[in-house]
Design a protein around this ligand. Sequence first.
Ligand SMILES: [Zn+2]
Length: 588
Amino acid sequence: MTIPDEFIQELKARTDIADVVGSYVTLKRSGRSMMGLCPFHNEKSPSFSVSRENGFFYCFGCGAGGDVITFIRKIENLDYVEAIKLLAGRAGMTVPENGRDDGMGKLKARICEANREAARFYHKQLYSPQGRQALEYLRGRGLTEKTIIHFGLGYSPSERFELVNYLKGKGFSQEELFAANLANQSKRGYAFDRFSDRVMFPIIDLRGNVIAFGGRIMSDIKPKYLNTSDTPVFNKSRNLFAMQFAKNKANGQLILAEGYMDVIALHQAGFENAVATLGTALTNEQAMLIKRYCDEIVICYDADEAGQKATQRAIDILRPTGLNIRVLTVPNGKDPDEFIRSHGNQGSARFRMLLDKSGNDIEYRLAKLRTGYNLNISAQKVEFLTKAASLIAGIENPVEQDVYITSLSGELDVRKDAFSRLVEKDSGKRNRQMKKEQQKKIYGDLSAVNDRLNTEKHLNLRAANAEEALLSLMILNPDTALRLKDSLEPEVFMTRFDRNIYEVLRKRLMEGQEISMSDISGSFSTDEMSRIARMLASHPRENDPDAAAEEYISVLREEAQRLTPEQAASADNDTIMEQLRKLKDKKR
Ligand SMILES: [Zn+2]
């Protein structure tokens, strides 16, 4: 779908990037720009900047950047047209539907519709004779009618064509059902239901779309849980079960449980801030999503060994977000669902008590570590303290560090200063390692050898830097750009990546269109927009843009005269002589 340029102009005029970004990130004024904690990577001190004046954001930590449309594309995981629609809705505008809808946007909409119909179908089946066992299963797990309806739970019939036939009757094509992962394809090519004889849990995104399903078997057949595979509307590592409810009830805190039934039981017991991953271990993306809605996360996994391992992993992933992490351990090896049920009327109150006394992640880890040692044996005590020191060295807050040093040394009867030195030694090692990694990264950035977008940059850094400065100058100074478009031929750009950007800008200028960040957003991927934002962020406005442009262009022309090593190797003698003559002429 092509969106008319006038519409983008109007949207641009009505949309303030700082307002939009500000609804996801707390921004503080800092000089000419605004700064905040980056929503795209884990950080504790702000390196994420927004320039209201120039209409772009850029993170100096992870390199994410772009205009306001790119921001929405990235944070909401939308394509260009969807992001425009969201921003238009925000600005009280309606996207004109005259253009043809792009294939992907249309398919996504169809998948969501098919999923919604499927959810209705499954829910209805729950109350049919064949769904009886499933309904009894849910009631047996203590769920009320209200809860079953609230979560839209359902049943997928065992006969493997019922949903397929139902959805075909509603006008969905076989291909759409495959794309939604509601149907599988048989060897002979026909479609049959993906889910059969399972209790169905619809997975709903933050905007209320049914994007996937989890299905639980009631017998011993494996797998116990079957989930929708990733589809154009569903990415299991980016979503969380029940987040659409929990985000409004978070109040600063979310509970991370292991399974759908735990979450549902918790919600029913009044803990509507519970969420779960979708059949996989917690991912970085999910950790960032969690961080958007709370300051504190309570991990509440099963008490079995697998659950405890998953807890350790989740702590490792959540720690860098700066979230306050607590770990709730359900006593007697029960999972939260069993615990609440086993206490009947008191379930909710008893769980509240567990929640209130749940310790933070360091306490949890120290306690876990401790179980592996016999502290009455000196050698084991030393080994435990050495490992504990390493754990405590990882804490950034010095007061928090001191609390653990004091309590452990007191408890195990060792001198505090001795234990403290052990912690310091480990911190030193950690810092040195971190510095080394940082230096390696800075070197990699400067030499551009690892540049995946502009792969030719490292071959001619001087030219590529001049190109970036020139492009940034053009975007910030459209008048200069207008003058340059006629005299500056694209071939002057030595790297293909930068030349392509120039060609896009030039074409727009030739057609009388604008070239601000939001104007060009539709022509580039989010990664490319990030790179353009980096150019803008690293080149401040010039006082005399025309003169600066001439300077950059002369650098480019100069570099074009030089032979690259590859050219030198392949060039015949005459060309080399020619080049040398040119160089000599210049030096005179
Ligand atoms: Zn970042």
